[in-house]
Design a protein around this ligand. Structure first.
Ligand code: ATP
Length: 240
């Protein structure tokens, strides 16, 4: 039997001004599920993540997280609810060290002992970060910055990760490593992931389901396996 949805989006409309970017978007993410958000440049993928995390205001529709109406939740509260957004470009503070960046991810937590435990778990998960603990953000490679951004999000022990283009600018080997790690995390912790990814093959290789956005609308919603096998869809929207 399928688990109860963690995130449920229905009829979502959102944008930056008069003209909406997203139209009538529906999607569901269950605990432990990885859902890929696919589509061409400008399809609205980043806007979707930004709307879910409260950075862009929804104009219409319903966003429920664990039964709670997310449209009524302030951005600062999202992280307490268990929603972590890792934006495109990653948002690492380049002047701070790796360790300071990671600690930032746990500053809001009341359970200090668990924040400390989470920090050491992140170092176990990313040995490369442990080695570079004292290095400044600006000294890191692209892959290390992505790991840092992900690690910082994990210190809040999120239930839902909104992950925007984790492979941007990374070598395929590093991308594969990061995606494998997501799969491992969801298995061990039940983490749910909404994954925006240009690299469609890699995304569908680890996702359970996918939605395809075109001009801000969901044109397809299906299992990752069916999306992989759908040649017409791949040609029309996914470019391979
Ligand atoms: P990409 O892969 O290029 O990031 P995307 O699918 O993530 O594409 P969005 O970045 O969500 O697409 O952009 C969707 C539409 O919204 C585009 O037409 C874009 O021009 C517009 N848009 C994005 N950000 C803003 C903004 N801050 N103000 C106004 N319009 C915006």
């Amino acid at each position: 039997r399928k688990k109860k949805p963690l995130l449920e989006v229905e009829g979502l409309t959102a944008g930056y001004g008069a003209a909406p970017v997203l139209h009538d978007v529906c999607l569901t993410v269950r605990p432990g599920e990885i859902v890929a958000v696919l589509g061409a440049n400008g399809a609205g993928k980043t806007t979707l993540l930004r709307t879910l995390s409260g950075l862009v205001r929804a104009d219409g529709g319903r966003i429920a997280f664990d039964g709670e109406d997310l449209r009524k939740v302030r951005v600062e509260q999202m992280v307490r609810l268990g929603i972590a957004h890792v934006p495109e470009g990653r948002g690492v503070v380049t002047e701070l060290t790796v360790d300071e960046n990671l600690r930032l991810g746990g500053l809001w937590r009341r359970d200090r002992a668990d924040a400390t435990r989470a920090l050491s778990e992140v170092y176990d998960l990313f040995p490369a970060l442990a080695q570079r603990r004292a290095s400044a953000g600006h000294q890191l490679s692209g892959g290390e910055r992505q790991m840092l951004a992900l690690g910082r999000a994990l210190i809040g022990r999120p239930r839902l990760l909104l992950l925007d283009e984790p492979s941007l600018g990374l070598a395929p080997r590093i991308t594969a490593q990061i995606l494998a790690l997501l799969r491992d995390l969801r298995e061990r912790t039940g983490l749910a992931v909404l994954l925006v990814e240009q690299n469609v093959r890699s995304a569908l290789a680890i996702a359970d389901e996918g939605i395809v956005l075109s001009l801000g609308r969901v044109v397809t919603r299906n299992s990752a396996a069916d999306l992989r096998d759908d040649a017409d869809l791949r040609h029309a929207y996914l470019g391979f």
